[in-house]
Design a protein around this ligand. Structure first.
Ligand code: SF4
Length: 551
């Protein structure tokens, strides 16, 4: 809507927006239509007045004070007919609209050499912290914005229409808050943003950021987009080399592994803070490695040691808490400000959080070439996707091997396996937003003993409502043990409501777990006492025995 407004206003036209939904009270719509008509009349009056003034000035004659509204009474009919032709000809003339195109500022080699600060918005704190050293090593002065930042939402609402999806508001808000904080020299500043290049608004972040920067007179700040697709955005001073890409794959794997280990052990730690301390130790070690460049052999050794360390961390009551999975739109799933610290909430409520990894999202993107054949992807792109997935699988092998040997952790499902899970429920051509991956993650969680799931949904995100909320009914039908709740996140959402929904789901999760435990206890007791499970054969057996004894 903002862009339509800009285009219309640049052409001197009136913009109005009518929101139609299923409400029965049309008062608000009527008021808007009336205001639009009044504005149009006002505009027409002003134009007529201006035209009359111009004509009078041209003629320079006292007839300028003729009452134009009563012209038809003053002028003979034959005369007005002639005039109507002239007016009609004038009316079809189009007004020229000013261009609303943004002037794209490139990030040049000179800017890189001059040490421009490159601000990167936060999305997934553990993973992004590990990516920053890779940029630094490649000579970029990258700065990652803070992971918890409530001011970002307000800043976003200032520069982005509140009808747009919540992540767009948050990302733009993070950047605008930092740019205007006074902490950075705005003449030596650039912004870095990831773009999916897909059909949803994640592809429009770049325009939203440029628009916001322009509105505060900082349109000269270059905005760099990273995307797997060609967005036609060339920045000579910024290049992702294959070496950086390799390192990024290692970084994402470290992030996923550390996150998994932390969430799996922290709820049961014997010594409070021990899991966090171990996590911090390994985070620092991994950052250090990425700063100087990590090799495959070192990576293999490190993941083995991480798994060993978390495998032997002293825990108590392991597995006695309900496991609660978190899935959803990528930013809301990982960003603590966006999801109101959902992992803390789950742990505070006495549960164990299970968050599927970030690397799967990228694999899902690569796999599009294979699964979108029915909607026009070529055989060549399918082959490219298969090669890409095989290469990443090879790089992931050390992690999967270490997890396989572990007593506490399990390797995540393969991307092809995930696709099979999702295919039961929806078409794999669902690629907008998190696409079929979101559904697949819910199935994976349920199948791996985590039937409790929070599906985080940003306000105004159509793609994830289709692949998230809309699939819950079918998931419940197929997996009756599933206990899924969809929670909406947006700038105005009540935190209490979110919390209540999560708490309600957790209460059900605890009741289900207690029931399961009671059943297991009963079965154990029965086995220990040697009592056979079915009473009828027991009676028969006893009868036979007593008869035999009597005989
Ligand atoms: S997936 Fe949804 S929330 Fe994320 S950018 Fe696209 S529309 Fe917005």
């Amino acid at each position: 809507t903002d862009q339509v407004q800009e285009v219309l206003e640049a052409a001197g036209k009136v913009y109005t927006v009518l929101k139609i939904d299923e409400v029965s009270n049309l008062g608000a719509a009527r008021i808007r239509v009336r205001s639009l008509l009044a504005a149009l009349k006002d505009q027409a009056d002003r134009e007529a007045e201006a035209a009359a003034d111009a004509a009078a000035e041209k003629r320079g004659c006292p007839a300028a004070c003729i009452d134009l509204n009563n012209l038809d009474k003053l002028v003979p009919a034959s005369f007005t007919e002639k005039a109507d032709g002239v007016v009609a000809a004038a009316e079809v003339e189009q007004r020229e609209g000013a261009s609303t195109e943004f002037e794209r500022v490139q990030f040049t080699e000179e800017m890189r050499d001059a040490g421009y600060t490159i601000l990167a918005p936060q999305m997934a704190p553990y993973h992004f912290e590990l990516l920053v050293p890779i940029f630094k090593r490649a000579g970029y002065n990258a700065v990652l914005l803070p992971s918890v930042d409530h001011g970002a939402v307000d800043a976003g609402l200032k520069y982005v229409n509140n009808d747009i999806c919540y992540p767009s508001i948050l990302v733009t808000g993070q950047i605008m808050e930092a740019v205007l904080s006074g902490k950075y020299d705005t003449d030596k500043l650039a912004v870095l943003i990831t773009q999916t290049g897909g059909g949803c608004r994640a592809t429009n972040y770049i325009s939203l950021i440029r628009k916001a920067l322009k509105s505060v007179g900082l349109g000269h700040i270059p905005v760099i987009a990273i995307s797997f697709k060609d967005l036609g955005e060339d920045n000579p001073g910024f290049k992702i080399t294959p070496k950086m890409l390799y390192q990024a794959i290692y970084a994402l794997q470290y992030g996923d592994l550390l996150m998994m280990c932390l969430y799996r052990t922290r709820p049961y730690e014997v010594e409070p803070g021990s899991a966090n301390r171990l996590f911090d130790y390994w985070m620092d070690a991994c950052k250090h490695q990425l700063q100087r460049g990590v090799r495959q052999s070192e990576f293999r050794r490190t993941v083995r040691r991480i798994v060993e360390d978390f495998d032997t961390l002293p825990l108590a009551g392991e597995g006695t808490k309900p496991r609660v999975g978190v899935v959803g739109e990528i930013l809301v799933k990982f960003h603590p400000t966006a999801n109101n610290q959902i992992v803390d909430v789950i742990e505070r409520e006495g549960c164990e959080a299970v968050v599927p990894g970030l690397i799967e999202f990228f694999l899902f993107g690569i796999a599009g070439g294979i699964f979108q054949q029915p909607i026009g992807k070529s055989k060549k792109s399918a082959l490219g996707s298969r090669i890409g997935l095989a290469a990443v699988k090879k790089l992931r092998k050390p992690v999967n091997d270490a997890l396989e040997k572990s007593a506490r952790f399990h390797p995540p499902a393969d991307i092809y396996e995930l696709a099979e899970y999702a295919e039961e429920i929806l078409s794999l051509c669902n690629s907008m937003g998190e696409g079929w991956l979101l559904t697949a993650e819910m199935v994976e969680l349920i199948r791996s003993g985590c039937p409790n799931v929070v599906c985080t949904q940003p306000f105004a995100c159509l793609p994830n409502h289709v692949v998230g909320k809309a699939t819950i009914k079918e998931l419940r039908r197929r997996y009756p043990e599933s206990n899924i709740v969809a929670v909406d996140y947006d700038p105005g959402a009540s935190e209490v409501n979110q919390l209540n929904r999560i708490k309600l789901m957790i209460a059900v999760a605890k009741a289900n777990l207690a029931e399961k435990e009671a059943e297991a206890r009963a079965a154990r007791d029965a086995a220990r006492d040697g009592a056979p499970e079915d009473p009828e054969p027991v009676a028969e057996a006893v009868e036979v025995e007593t008869t035999e004894v009597a005989e």
